[in-house]
Every structure is written in structure tokens, then in C-alpha cells.
Write a protein that binds this ligand. Structure first.
Ligand code: ZN
Ligand code: ZN
Length: 354
């Protein structure tokens, strides 16, 4: 109810009289309904959950603040009637989720009403995590940290990247994760220079940097962390890059707090890497929000205008990538607080040679 009220306040502030929530993650967030076929139609006075006969009972139980309607396969005709009865002229839809095909069907069915697509306002509501959401993400990160501790004594030269990915996944699932929050990245040697190099059949060689970027899901919420370790030994250049990335991350962790823009947050780390001569090799943003999705608002990047607020959970993940040689990324997840952050990633960041 609290989330529905907050969404209504936001819609009313923008003068929107009807809003359709179609993204299942947003449907679940606003209403509590977790079925795969359900749409929310929210007007100034009414809140409907349109579904089909398979989900009527579940919808009534999970989303008591909404009037459940079995649309009997005539979703858009039903929506049209409800909107006309409520005197609505414009229906706002989630442009960042609807397909063009569905949009065209809605436009055709709504006849005289105007259909306007915007980036979903639910994304903004989802940035501020409740204590229960923070607890779920913290629990997921705890399993992720435990898997990292385990993998330090597991990695041996000659192993394939895929074996390491499998072991990390096995440990997290064995300890209670329901799945992975994204396809795991295990990139070794020159593959460590690929910011998103998923685990391959490559064997680990002595002297390789290995970027491990992974996370799991607990109670529907994701975790995300990265550590870079070295096989057998690290060269002087690898150590130099590692220390630069670590210093950049520490600078951001020291000064991040509510009130900064995504751009200002990004600069905290970027300035350190630029000063160290690696500015060009840090080709992505500093971080992102984490929640039901692995990447959600806010963004921390040179172009991000999002303002950080208390209760957001974001990653802090500077990286340096030297194509053909190696790469280093270090990523923690933190809760934004008024005067700083609370780091929920507990794994050590000392340079490990495994
Ligand atoms: Zn990550
Ligand atoms: Zn990340």
C-alpha cells in the first residue's frame, strides 16, 4: 500500500491520470503479485490488477490493495472500459519495458485515448531499499563472500575458467542461493582485459590475472562483487595497476554519501585513475544500483544525473583494462547513508596470489 501511495503521489505530481505497470518486476514491487501474467492499471481513485483465470486467486491473496479482474483474454478492451469509466484521457505506459507490438495493440484498443510512454517511475521508487530488501541483499552478499573465500584455496594453475565458475555457483547454491544474479565472469590472462568476459574453456596459467565477477540471488534480491587474483605470482606492472584500482575504489568509498550525483560519485574514483595515468583504460561507469535486478537505477557514471540518497544500494567497481595484456577490477556493494556508506562486501582486498 505504501508503495502504491508513493507511486500515485509521483504520478499526480506529474499530472498523469492513469498509469499501466507492465514490467513483472515492477508489478511485483508495487502490488506484491508475483505471477507471470498480471498488469497494474492505476488511476487517481482505483487500482486494478488485470490477469487471467489462472492467477485470480493468487492475485487476490498477494495484492489485497488492488481489485483483481479476470480480463478473459480481452486485456486492452477491459482496460479501455475502465479508463473511460474513470474519465481518463491519457494512459501512461512503461516505455522501457513494453514491446512495440504491445504498444501498437494498446493504441489500437484505446481508441480516443492518448498513450504516452515514459521511463517507468517505479524504477526510481525501487532505488530506495526497505530494511527487508537490504537484509536480502546482505544475505546474498554473505554467500558470495563465502564462495570467494572458498575459491582462494580452490584455484590452481591448469584449471579452466569454467571449473572455477562452476565451483563458485555450487558453493553459493549449496549455501542457500536460489540462483546466480547474472552470468558469471571469470576472465584470465588477456581475457581479464574483457570487462564482461564470461567463463570460457581457457586454462589458467602462472602469471595470469583472473577477474572474478559474480553474485547470487536470495529472496529475489541480487548480490554483485568482483575480485582480481593472480595465479602463482603478480608482475610489477600487475601490482601497479592493482594498487591504482584499489586506491581509486578506496577514494570513492571514503567520500561517497547521500546528496552526491552519479557523476560526482564516479569522479571520486576516476580522478585517482586519471592521475595514475590509467584514465583512458577505465572505460565504464563506477557503479550501478542493485536490487531485484543486477543492474538498476541509480547509475554512477560520467554522465549520470541521479542523486544518491539514503537507503540506496550501489556497487563501487573501478577497473583498468589493458587490451592483450590483463585487467583488474575490484567491486564492493554499499548502502548509501547520510554521512557516508556501509560496505556490505566483507572479502579482503589484499593482492592474492593463488
Ligand atoms: Zn559485478
Ligand atoms: Zn556490478
Amino acid at each position: 500500500m505504501e508503495r502504491l501511495d508513493a507511486l500515485r503521489r509521483q504520478l499526480q505530481g506529474e499530472g498523469r491520470d492513469a498509469f499501466l505497470v507492465s514490467n513483472p518486476l515492477n508489478v511485483a514491487y508495487v502490488s506484491g503479485f508475483t505471477g507471470t501474467a498480471g498488469l497494474l492499471l492505476i488511476t487517481e481513485k482505483e487500482a486494478y490488477l488485470l490477469t487471467d483465470f489462472r492467477y485470480v486467486e493468487q492475485a487476490q491473496q498477494q495484492a489485497p490493495a488492488f481489485k483483481t479482474i479476470d480480463a478473459k483474454g480481452k486485456l486492452w478492451q477491459v482496460a479501455h472500459t475502465l479508463l473511460v469509466d474513470a474519465g481518463c484521457k491519457i494512459l501512461t505506459v512503461e516505455a522501457d519495458h513494453l514491446t512495440v507490438d504491445t504498444y501498437e495493440k494498446i493504441v489500437a484498443a484505446l481508441d480516443e485515448l492518448v498513450v504516452e510512454g515514459i521511463a517507468s517511475p517505479v524504477a526510481k521508487l525501487r532505488t530506495i531499499k526497505s530494511p527487508a530488501e537490504i537484509a536480502a541483499i546482505t544475505a546474498a552478499q554473505k554467500l558470495t563472500d563465502a564462495a570467494f573465500t572458498h575459491i582462494l584455496s580452490f584455484i590452481k594453475p591448469g584449471m579452466r575458467e569454467r571449473e572455477i565458475a562452476l565451483e563458485l555457483e555450487f558453493m553459493m547454491r549449496k549455501n542457500g542461493a536460489s540462483g546466480l544474479s547474472f552470468e558469471m565472469i571469470v576472465g584470465s590472462g588477456s581475457r581479464a582485459a574483457l570487462p564482461h568476459g564470461v567463463a570460457s574453456a581457457k586454462e589458467l596459467l602462472v602469471g595470469d590475472a583472473v577477474v572474478l565477477d559474480f553474485g547470487c540471488i536470495v529472496n529475489g534480491y541480487c548480490s554483485d562483487m568482483t575480485r582480481t587474483v593472480f595465479v602463482g605470482q603478480a608482475s610489477a606492472k600487475q601490482r601497479e595497476v592493482y594498487q591504482a584500482v584499489l586506491a581509486a575504489q578506496q577514494a570513492a568509498l571514503d567520500k561517497l554519501r547521500a546528496g552526491l550525483s552519479g557523476q560526482q560519485a564516479d569522479a571520486l574514483a576516476r580522478d585517482v585513475l586519471v592521475a595514475a595515468g590509467f584514465g583512458e583504460q577505465f572505460g565504464h561507469g563506477l557503479g550501478h544500483g542493485v536490487g531485484r535486478e543486477i543492474h538498476e537505477a541509480p547509475r554512477l557514471s560520467p554522465t549520470a544525473e541521479d542523486i544518491l540518497a539514503t537507503g540506496m544500494i550501489v556497487t563501487v567497481e573501478p577497473g583498468v583494462y589493458l587490451p592483450g595484456e590483463f585487467g583488474v577490477r575490484i567491486e564492493d556493494m554499499v548502502v548509501i547513508e547520510e554521512n557516508g556508506i556501509r560496505n556490505i562486501t566483507v572479502s579482503s582486498k589484499e593482492l592474492f596470489c593463488v
